[in-house]
Design a protein around this ligand. Structure first.
Ligand SMILES: C[S@@+](CC[C@H](N)C(=O)[O-])C[C@H]1O[C@@H](n2cnc3c(N)ncnc32)[C@H](O)[C@@H]1O
Length: 406
């Protein structure tokens, strides 16, 4: 494993990955934020994100460009897939000459699950009026842009062995609530990459996988207390993430349903109900009492059901396991951003970031994997890790890996 805590800011000396540094400068400019276009009310969701992206991810983006352009240097007809490019396709849209040179007659595939973003990225790129991009056939020095509206959980939008490089910068954490989700996406990346193809992942340097561990514990506790199988439906991400967890009670065939809703509330359903009359199950009050003895706090019982928050701030393990790292991460993100944002944008930024932080504290939307988990699974998925590089500004990390032969 190669680990480097510095950004790509100096010469390649001592950098075992061989990737040179310093060609792309971290971008912190936020001047194309059109302040007059909208009221302060809708500035936050519509306009502040591109500004934040520039303010906080300049270094992450500079590292990404170094790595991808080095890997693709000198080739022709190369195909790059960007997963979750966002409506402004940062940082590529700000370096279109380099993009044209590196792709050089090949495809730039932009995959995003958000339809509006897909539409906007086309408008945004067309607005750049660059002869380096085309939506038709690409000639030398050009990239053919292909926009794919597709959720990565349904696969990467490319043929097997067709890509020279894939970039996933601050996108994959939205789609990886569980470590298994990460494993599936990495396996898919391997499927669509050519031999020696490059995978760049840029992510937050933080562990936000606590909700998976909490759910595993809850499933085990409820199963032990009720003596039933557990069927888990996780609806936090809008789509049904169904897992049937059978914990040694196969013979009974009885089940309790655990449903996690979009607000991060857990519902235990069918508590105390039994298919067979000769078996008596603990009712919802008895189950809640037993859960309380195991440390669960805020619970409401009603009609064979128990409701509780997935992440309970009053539970020390939840607090230490999720709230503390989330707060530390957003404090670092805020410090990096506020330094680079104009004072008049600070309020909109705080509004946007506090919504994101509040989602993350409830185990919603943000599921950053800790570096140890990403590194381990990259290797297990058949990648050779070339570089793991932490940013100096803000809590981010660039992972650089290539597809191996096995
Ligand atoms: C924070 S933006 C990252 C933008 C850009 N990569 C950058 O570095 O600035 C995350 C992007 O990932 C997309 N995204 C999130 N979940 C996704 C999924 N399951 N499948 C495809 N795209 C997804 C979002 O729509 C959004 O465009």
């Amino acid at each position: 494993m190669v680990r480097n805590s510095r950004p790509y800011s100096g010469p390649a000396d001592g950098n075992p990955s061989g990737y040179p540094s310093g060609r792309f400068v971290a971008e912190t400019r936020v001047d194309d934020l059109d302040k007059d276009e909208q009221s302060a009310e809708d500035l936050a969701p519509k306009k502040i994100y591109p500004a934040i992206a520039r303010a906080m991810m300049g270094e992450l983006h500079a590292n990404l460009l170094e790595v991808v352009s080095y890997h693709l240097r000198g080739g022709s007809g190369q195909n790059l897939l960007v997963l979750g490019p966002g409506s402004e396709v940062l940082p590529f849209s700000e370096h279109l000459d380099d993009v044209g040179d590196m792709i050089n007659g090949g495809d730039l595939i932009l995959q995003d699950y958000n339809e509006t973003i897909c539409r906007k990225m086309k408008e945004y790129l067309e607005g750049k009026k660059s002869d380096r991009l085309t939506f038709g056939d690409a000639g030398p020095g050009q990239a053919r842009v292909i926009i794919r509206h597709q959720d990565v959980r349904a696969g990467l939008a490319a043929q097997p062995d067709s890509l020279d490089a894939i970039d996933m910068t601050v996108s994959v954490h939205h789609a990886t609530q569980y470590e298994n989700d990460l494993i599936r996406i990495l396996a898919d990346a391997r499927r669509v990459l050519k031999k020696n193809g490059l995978l760049h992942i840029g992510e937050g340097n933080v562990d936000m996988k606590y909700s998976e561990r909490k759910l595993e514990r809850l499933v085990k506790d409820v199963s032990e207390i009720t003596g039933t199988n557990i069927e888990l439906f996780d609806r936090r991400n809008g789509i049904e993430n169904r897992r049937q967890l059978l914990l040694g009670y196969l013979d009974l065939g009885e089940r309790t349903t655990i449903l996690v809703n979009e607000q991060g509330m857990v519902e235990l359903l069918g508590v105390g109900l039994s298919c067979s009359s000769d078996r008596s199950k603990p009712n919802e009050y008895e189950v809640a009492e037993a859960l309380a003895q195991r440390g669960y706090k805020q619970m409401i019982e009603s009609d064979h059901s128990i409701f509780l928050p997935l992440i309970d701030h009053a539970i020390e393990d939840d607090f230490q396991g999720l709230i503390v790292p989330v707060r530390k991460y957003y404090a670092e993100v805020s410090a990096a951003c506020l330094k680079n944002l104009a004072p008049e944008d600070h309020e909109a930024f705080r509004k946007a970031i506090s919504k994101e932080q509040s989602d993350a504290e409830r185990g919603l939307v943000e599921y950053y994997s800790p570096p140890s988990m990403v590194e381990k699974n990259l290797q297990l998925a058949g990648f050779r890790l070339l570089d793991v590089r932490y940013t100096e500004q803000g809590p981010f990390v660039n992972y650089v890996a290539v597809k191996t032969d096995w």
